[in-house]
Structures are given as structure tokens and as C-alpha cells.
Design a protein around this ligand. Structure first.
Ligand code: HEC
Ligand code: HEC
Ligand code: HEC
Ligand code: HEC
Length: 244
């Protein structure tokens, strides 16, 4: 996993990454598919969705739709900086809190609301642990709207900028989208529609846990916009929102 991670943000997609790419199977076979009982002995019913969602008796807080995993109550430290314009929140919310309920390492992958402390608890690999110290991670759980773009000056307006639009003000102003999409194309959608959750920046702004959206199926680490632009430059996800 480390190898794939290191390759992604680099300038060019490597050959192995291209070869393993591209069939859009959603969650099937992905890191979030726990249905193989040999590897996940706790998942006795081979559920694909049930580690995270159920049809009934789900979390009353509904931090994500029909959430059935136990929810982290860790003490989080959030990102802040002298140049940050957004109003930061004191703890992660919504879908980010859901991701962190496995990824902060405080709860087991197989912890559910009915069984928060399972007998054979299985925890996230340390390499995939994010938080509870989030001050070294891209800011999340804050509102990103037109007013913030205005105040910052270096951000696209999330309501009017459409993925695929040329980048204003920059010499290299080609649209920062991959040449081809392996998932559901995001071209023509606003940042607000494609990347924000209820107008907020969350883990799911950059990643797609179900491995279906944008380039998530082939990006290696589920990033929604990966690859290079037509001039061969990468960091596409970052350059979609930031004018830099
Ligand atoms: C590892 C946990 C996990 C698994 C497994 C999972 N989901 Fe999700 N799901 C989430 C999270 C977190 C969200 C909220 C963030 C988001 O929308 O990406 C979500 C959101 C959703 C939504 C609402 C938003 C949307 O994208 O439409 C639906 C519907 C959904 N999941 C269906 C499913 C189904 C069906 C399965 C099984 C095939 C499944 N999920 C498996 C974590 C999971
Ligand atoms: C039910 C537990 C669970 C939840 C909830 C969960 N994950 Fe994961 N995630 C995992 C596991 C397990 C791995 C694999 C870690 C390992 O290598 O051992 C993983 C791996 C990842 C990876 C690395 C992918 C790779 O190929 O290396 C990313 C990115 C990721 N998750 C993002 C998310 C995001 C974003 C959310 C919320 C929308 C989320 N996860 C919710 C359990 C979870
Ligand atoms: C601004 C976009 C962005 C946001 C927001 C974001 N990630 Fe990531 N994430 C990335 C990128 C890009 C990588 C690839 C490695 C890197 O550059 O650090 C990555 C890597 C990962 C990995 C692979 C292991 C690792 O440490 O590199 C996991 C797991 C992960 N993210 C989970 C999360 C979770 C959980 C959240 C929310 C708390 C989150 N990400 C928020 C962009 C983002
Ligand atoms: C969905 C839009 C979006 C994406 C994608 C995104 N960012 Fe951001 N980023 C923001 C917003 C909004 C802020 C908050 C800026 C502020 O309030 O000053 C921010 C904040 C930051 C900050 C901190 C600024 C400060 O003043 O402290 C850095 C650095 C940054 N992003 C870099 C990145 C990088 C690198 C990537 C790609 C891995 C990325 N961003 C992807 C929207 C995004």
C-alpha cells in the first residue's frame, strides 16, 4: 500500500498503476470490501454493506445515511493556521467522523452500534491510521462557499467553477481533469455538487469510499480526481479547488 501511495501524487502515473487500473467494480474487491470471511472471520454473514450500513436499527445521529458502525468519541485535534480563512470546527463532523470511526484507530473495524467492543476486535493498519491528531491533515469539516473563495482569493468559487473549466489567472490554464475517467465522470459538475458534502469539505471531498466516483476506481487510494492534465502535470485534486 505504501508503494501505491508514494506513486500517486508524483508527476506521472507509473506503468504498474495503469495496468492495474480501470474496471469500475465499486466497493467489490476494494480495501473496504470485508465480505471475504477467510480474511474477515468476524463478518460471518459476508456482508458487503453491513460493516457500515444496515436497513434498520441504525445510528440515531445518522452521521451518514443508515450508519451502523460504532462512532468514534476520540479527542480530536483539528487543523488551524495563521493563514486559514475558513471558520474551523472543534471536531470532525458528518461523513468524516464516520471515516475516522475506523481510521483514527480508536474503534475496531468490526465495531458496530450494537457491539461497540467486539470480542475479536480488528483494528486499522497503522499505515492507514489518520488522526485523532488531525492538525497535520488537510482541514476538514468546515463550510466552503463563495464567501470563503472571495475572502481567500486563491480558491475557486465552489458554486460556479465546474470541473473541467480552464483555470483562470494561471499561465498553464488547462482544465485539471484526467484525460479519461475510470468511474463516473465529474466533468461539468460544480465543486459543490461533486466534492462537497452539504457544502462542507470532508474526507469524502477527496476520497470515494465506494470506489466509483471520478478516477477513484483507478487512483490506488480512492482519490476522486487523479492522473495528469494534458500538459503532464499532476496534483489534479488539489488544483481543482486551489488556484495555485
Ligand atoms: C467502509 C464503510 C462503508 C461501506 C462498506 C459501504 N459504505 Fe456506503 N457510505 C459510507 C460512508 C462513510 C458514506 C457517507 C460518505 C459518502 O457519501 O461517501 C456512505 C454513503 C452511502 C450512501 C449515500 C450517499 C451516496 O453515495 O449515495 C449510500 C446510498 C450508500 N453509502 C450505500 C452503500 C451500499 C449499498 C454499500 C454496500 C454495497 C455500501 N454503501 C458500503 C461508508 C460505507
Ligand atoms: C469499517 C471501517 C472503515 C471505515 C468506516 C472507513 N474505512 Fe477506509 N479503510 C479501512 C480499512 C480496513 C482499510 C485498509 C487498511 C489496511 O491497509 O489495513 C482502509 C483503507 C482506506 C484508504 C487507503 C486505500 C488504499 O488502497 O490503500 C483510504 C484512502 C480510505 N480507507 C479512506 C476512507 C474514507 C474517506 C472513509 C470515509 C468516507 C473510510 N475510509 C471509511 C476501513 C474503513
Ligand atoms: C484534500 C484532499 C484529501 C482530504 C480532505 C483527505 N485526504 Fe486522504 N489522502 C489524500 C491524498 C492525495 C492521499 C495520498 C497520499 C498523500 O498524498 O498523503 C491520501 C491518502 C490517504 C490514505 C492512505 C494512507 C496514507 O496515510 O497515505 C488514507 C487512509 C486516507 N487518505 C484517509 C483519509 C481520511 C480518513 C480523511 C479524513 C479525515 C482524508 N483522507 C482526507 C487526499 C485527501
Ligand atoms: C474540494 C476543494 C479542495 C481540495 C480538493 C483541496 N483543497 Fe486545500 N483547501 C480547500 C479549502 C476550502 C481550504 C481552506 C482555505 C482557507 O480557509 O484559508 C483549504 C486549505 C488548504 C491548505 C491550508 C491553507 C492555510 O492557509 O492554512 C493547504 C496547504 C491546502 N489546502 C492544500 C491542498 C492540497 C495540497 C490539496 C491536494 C492534496 C488540496 N488542498 C485539496 C479546498 C480544497
Amino acid at each position: 500500500m505504501k508503494k501505491v501511495t508514494a506513486l500517486l501524487i508524483g508527476a506521472a502515473l507509473s506503468l504498474p498503476l495503469l495496468l492495474q487500473a480501470a474496471t469500475n467494480k465499486g466497493i467489490e474487491g476494494s480495501v473496504h470490501d470485508f465480505s471475504n470471511v477467510t480474511n474477515n472471520t468476524w463478518n460471518t454473514r459476508s456482508g458487503v454493506c453491513s460493516p457500515c450500513h444496515a436497513a434498520h436499527h441504525t445510528d440515531p445521529n445518522q452521521i451518514v445515511p443508515l450508519w451502523v458502525h460504532a462512532t468514534s468519541t476520540a479527542a480530536f485535534q483539528m487543523y488551524d493556521s495563521p493563514t486559514m480563512d475558513a471558520t474551523t470546527s472543534s471536531s470532525p463532523s458528518g461523513s468524516s467522523l464516520a471515516c475516522l470511526s475506523c481510521h483514527d484507530g480508536s474503534l475496531a473495524i468490526n465495531a458496530s452500534i450494537s457491539s461497540p467492543n467486539p470480542a475479536t476486535a480488528v483494528y486499522i493498519d497503522p499505515a492507514a491510521q489518520i488522526g485523532p491528531d488531525l492538525h497535520t491533515t488537510h482541514p476538514i469539516s468546515f463550510t466552503y462557499d463563495a464567501a470563503l473563495a472571495d475572502a481567500d482569493g486563491g480558491l475557486e468559487n465552489p458554486i460556479s467553477y465546474r470541473i473541467g473549466d480552464p483555470k483562470a489567472f494561471l499561465t498553464v490554464n488547462v482544465a485539471p481533469v484526467p484525460a479519461t475517467w475510470s468511474g463516473t465522470s465529474l466533468t461539468g459538475k460544480t465543486i459543490n455538487d461533486a466534492l462537497l458534502i452539504d457544502g462542507k469539505m470532508e474526507c469524502s471531498s477527496c476520497h470515494d469510499v465506494h470506489k466509483i466516483v471520478g478516477s477513484a476506481p483507478s487512483s490506488g487510494i480512492l482519490v476522486k480526481i487523479s492522473g495528469n492534465d494534458s500538459t503532464g502535470r499532476g496534483s489534479l485534486i488539489c488544483r481543482t479547488c486551489h488556484i495555485k
